[in-house]
Design a protein around this ligand. Sequence first.
Ligand code: ZN
Length: 431
Amino acid sequence: MSVFEVEHDGDGGRVVHVVPERPGPPLCPDCGLPAGRAKQWVTARAAHVPIGLEPVTLVVHKRRWRCDTPWCERASFTEQVPPIACGARLSQALREQMAVEIGDQVRAVSEVAATHRVSWHTAHDAFAAVADPVLERPLQPVVALGIDETRRGKSRYGLDEQGQRVLLADTWHTGLVDLDGGQGLLGQVEGRTAETVVSWLGAQPAAWREQIRVVAIDMSTSYAKAVRAALPHAVLAVDHFHVIQAANKVINLVRRRAIHARYGRRGRAGDPEYGMRRTLLRNWEDVPDKRVNAMWEVFLAAGGAGEQVLACWVAKEQLRAVFRATCASGVRDRLTTFFAWCADHSHIPELAALAQTVSTWRHEIAATVLFGVSNAASEGTNRVIKLVGRIAFGFRNPVNQRRRARYATTRVSRRPSSRSEVRTRSPKVIT
Ligand SMILES: [Zn+2]
């Protein structure tokens, strides 16, 4: 293409006139022989990638050609030039630009559409045209699979043809994540029941399912049920984050109870126990010794209920220690220490309940440690899912939401340089 004229469009934009440069006449689409003569000029107009903030309209001047082949039925044809597809109102480059802005720069569709003066649907379709082929590619092998729920938004209901109330959008999405490779979010399904997870897994090729060695879930019985049904060969693990989160919940409950017992009301700024609420949840090694000592003094001074808070804090640290074990007997010993501590403090109902939960999931906790499962990938993915949701100010259409979220989490694996090195290492197994 060569530019032969640039003018202002009178509306703050530029109009760029280009003409295709070609060494000879194009080939007739019917007979495949070179065309005879140029017949007339026609123009194709399309919005193009802006220059800075200035919108650009591209006007391609094309020729109509006559076919002189005696036996060819085609009288004339317009030469095809790559930047603008036939009849399109946007150049291919602008479509790709919008897809990059929506998919890779994670901008809102409405904002990208406004920037390029196109409709929401046009911008969204440009993104979907780029995203769908990427997302429809067969999945690479996955050794460690993470399953986690994310809150999507409010549930929405509608009426079907028979006038029955049907669920249009569930509050929850279940995300399936490649924990060990770079594939990000592998899929998202509506809802968080065992059936939805089983049906997603069942839709994948059997050979792909066979490769999965370990599956990390939160302590959810429905996901456990799904994994046992659909991936009976895989080892089930519960991720570290959710176990410690359960312990932290217990600390908060007992702390609130202690404050209520002492003051007869909720905690407020100025209460020494309330001031320690975050210190209780932090990792022991990250808190300065002085602060730890101050925390002990505050709760010892609060009497029996305060001592219960400290007992729960010790239990949380013992539970954290389980995840730092380096061998199977280490896990066993540390779990035993934790259970013994909880048994000694069985008068704290919240702690007794936590011990019960941990006991239920003890094999899965051991698997997490021994297989070195980290849910960092899952957490990172959840962050991206939430970010995409916030940028869009919420999604009405869950299908669009899943497409946007999945595409955004595959940014790393889509980079050509790293695609070849998507890791598929075996998980470390300590015995
Ligand atoms: Zn022809």
